[in-house]
Design a protein. Sequence first.
Length: 391
Amino acid sequence: MVNKSDDRISVVDGLRGFAIIIIVLLHSISHFNLLLYPITSNIFLQTTDLLIKSILTTIFTGSIYGIFALLFGFTFYLQLSKQEKRGNDFKYRFIWRMLILFIIGIFNSAFFSGEILMMYSVIGLILVPLRHQSNKSLLIILIIFILQPLLIAKIAYIFVGPGYTQNYERYIPNELFNQLTNNSFFEMLITNLTIGKHLYFISLISSGERIFQTAAFFIVGLLLGRQKRFENSLENICFWKNTFIVFLIIFTLTNMIKMALNAIVEVGSIKNIVDSILCSWSDFSIIILFTALFYKIYSTHWNTKLKWLEILGEMSLTNYLLQSIVGSFLFYGYGLFLSKYCGITISLFIGIIILFLQYHFCKWWLKHHPRGPLEQLWHNLTWIKVKSLPA
């Protein structure tokens, strides 16, 4: 595992690249939240559609964004540490940086309402008061977040008021689907920024599951940075090996409990909430397992085979925004409207083509520039110097 000359860390870029790949494929098979598919009588396509959907959604839906969250916290540590070594207070610069990310997220939301940048920019502010907390304090807060306190509070509320029911139907964005099939570009932008974001934020706030999980991964990344767990050393190889074993056991036990719960507990509000908690623990375990696995791969000669992932990862922010723009044009009504013609299998291949083009764009761009275009813009705006006005 070799650190690059510009202080980039190979395994971190590789993880980002892997996350971008899965996100593009997931968004492609879901038509970027326009869940409209053609009816096919082809048995082969019916089978592959089901297989692809089962594999990608079961393993990665609800978990893959955790990689970005973990690396978000890790990057925060690197920036904080670098600035404090120079005697600078990074607090206000980071808050400004999150404001810029929020604005980038608004732009991205116009094309894809399910984007995460706005959420990250808000939740990321939690790192400011936590930045100087002890590792022990961070670990306690991390455990609280992982336990999903809002969902546990809902279970307690159900016992107090047994008549409680959760209305999940209101989160089905039928109105959003109808608007996205229209052939107006400006209607698509307005729909995503209004109806789309409204539905997205309601679904986030209603359970708090993703909010607490994201905050937990921010803390995990901060702790990994403090302990320098992405550096190449025998101690870290042993750490990630043990971590993999522990979380493999946790993942297995969590899913065994979930299956047993489904078999013996009747459908109801408590079962739904407990199932959500167990799913969040399972997703958390998956991300840690993938992180440990990547570190293991990058500590061997196989890291040279994954350099192409790093190219995608170095421009992860640019790639994330580009896939929203390209995906909306391909699948929404204002563009090619491929949602009407492409099932899951064909959409997967479209996602692969998007990734192929993104890879070659990144490879070309990085030959001439130190950062991706959006990464450079974010960097420049973050460190912009404000000159004081003359008296």
